[in-house]
Structure formats: C-alpha cells, structure tokens
Design a protein around this ligand. Sequence first.
Ligand code: UT7
Length: 328
Amino acid sequence: MTYAAITAVASWLPERRLTNADLERMVDTNDEWIRTRTGISERRIADEGDATSDLAARAGALAIQRAGIEPGDVDMLIVATSSPDMSFPSTACLAQAKMGLTCPAFDINAACTGFIYAIEMAAAMIEAGRLKTVVVVGAEVLSRLVDFTDRTTCILFGDGAGAVVLAASEEPGILSVHLGADGTGADLLTVPAGGTAKRLTPELLAAGEQYIHMNGNEVYKFAIRAIPRVTKQALAESGLELKDVDWLVPHQANQRITDTVGESLGIPHENVVSAIANTGNTSTASIPLALDSLYQSGELHRGDVLAFVGFGAGLTYGAAIVRWTKED
Ligand code: UT7
C-alpha cells in the first residue's frame, strides 16, 4: 500500500502590516473591540505589484526547497484560493511558471476549506499510485476583495500563503479526510458581482458588490457547530480518538471560534494552534500558515497527530487527520 505524507511545510507573508490602530483611522472601530471579538491585532497586505500567484509561488518554492527536492520532481501543483489572479488562467498555472515547474497545475475553490479539499485530492492521487509528489498551496490576496469602508469585514481579512509538499510514503501520513458542503448556506458569505451571475456594472461597483459580503453571526454559528462534528467524523475514519490528537490546527477565522471549538472538543488550549493575532483571516492560506508557525516553533515532532479543520463560504467544511512523519 502506498500512503501519502507531508514532507515539508512553508509559508510566505507580505511585509506590510495593517494594524488595528490603522483601521481606527479608516472606519468606526477600535483596537479593543477587534482584539476581544476576533483576537486579531494586525494583518498583512500584499504589495500593489503582487497577485495571489506571486504569494503562492514564494510559499510553494520554499516548501520544495525544504523538502529537498527539485522543481522537476513535482508531479502536480494544486493552488487553493478564493482570490484568484483572474477568472482564467488558473492561479496555479500562473504560479507554476513563476516557480519554474513544468507539471500539471490547477486551482481548487472551496473557500476557507480549500486547503483541506486540496489535501484530499493530492492524497487520493498519491495513494492510487498515479503521482508521487504533489505541492499543495493555499494562497490569498483578500485585501483586493475587502471593502475598507465596511467595519464588519475589513478588520478580519489578510493576505498570505502557505504550502506543503505531499509525497508517496511507506508509512501513513494523511490518515483520513472528511469533507462536506451545504450550498443552501451559499448566501451567507459571498463576493456577489464580477462572475457570471452578475456582470460588473457601474451601479454594482458603486454598491460595492465586488467586495466580500458576510453574515458574520450566522457563519460564526455554523463554524462552532460544524468544526467539532467534522473533526470527530474524520477522527472516527482514521481509527483514532480525540485523546490521540496532539495538535488541533483550525482555520484561523476568529480566536473566539478557535477557543470555543477547542473547549468543546476537550483539547487543551496549548494544543490548539493559533496564528491569527498577526495575520488575520487568510482564508485557505490560514491552516498551512498555522502549521508552519507550529513547525517553526520546534514543538512539532515525528509521530505527532494533527487535526486540520476548516470551514467557510459555500458553505464548506472539512477535517484531515495527519500523522507528522518528518524526522525532527
Ligand atoms: O473564514 C470564514 C468566514 N468568516 C468567519 O468565520 C466570521 C465569523 N463571524 C465572526 O467572526 C463574528 O461574527 C464577527 C467578528 C464578524 C462579528 O463579531 P460579533 O461578536 O458576532 O459581533 P456582531 O456582528 O454581533 O456585532 C456586535 C456589535 C454591533 O453593534 P450593536 O448592534 O450591538 O450596537 C455591531 O454593529 O458590534 C458592532 N460592530 C463593530 N464595532 C466596532 C461590528 N463590527 C464592528 C467593528 N468595530 N469593526
């Protein structure tokens, strides 16, 4: 049996920081409200000249370097994003060229759950014996989709990219993945115009329909319902139990969601990975970014069990149970 395992993780963040103090000067908000309601202190903003594919290429190239492989060894590049450079070509094709890869490349859009969906695709292709090495990137430049006059959303989102290399392995790394979607909740989190449903017109632009629109309270309720359930489903499919989880790596949307979910699963606070304070919500980049922060901290060890769990627009949700097989 061929298994799939993560052999490297990396991330890339823009230099520019947008702090809560900066936002206080832009909309009617304050640092205390943002920190207590979300846990966010600052988020990163991509340079004007950078698009999502640039961030994806930097994180992906670093992951390839850390895996100790050559670009020619990569069999497939998957980029999960909700903020593509353009409708087409795919952000993955644009990043592929920037990374000097020659392999097939495609995008996945499952919003903030995109990284988990991409892990499932990559692991399935490796376990089936079709491919040996797949680079999975989660990358976003959400600042281009944010209305910086809307205090309910502009305080949340940031830009960044994270990447992993998945490779064929004799020992199991991706133990199970459980995915879900409920399209009846599609209207809760959208960028309404600019696609085929609503062609951009001067009227729609003036109404701000090219930006993120969110019913935050409903998404919040969905998250705290869906995350514990899907984590338990994925765990049951892996044959493990909650007590076996060393690290919960949730999508970084709101520190209150992370705390509530950690408590309801009975996972100690110090084992719930949080990276939101300095990055904000980077959508599908947030899980690999949080994983890389854990890896860089030196606390992640061979044999540890991780539960990645995501939720987001769609509505989508998903969890992956992963054993860390990399040598310390
Ligand atoms: O990646 C997945 C997608 N997104 C999410 O996961 C987001 C999930 N939702 C959330 O994180 C939270 O619902 C928010 C952070 C978006 C909002 O927090 P909340 O505690 O649910 O606040 P709320 O929407 O219930 O608003 C409470 C009050 C309101 O004022 P009133 O009506 O009580 O007078 C808002 O107008 O806070 C007000 N408010 C703000 N005040 C200062 C809303 N945004 C702000 C703000 N600064 N930025």
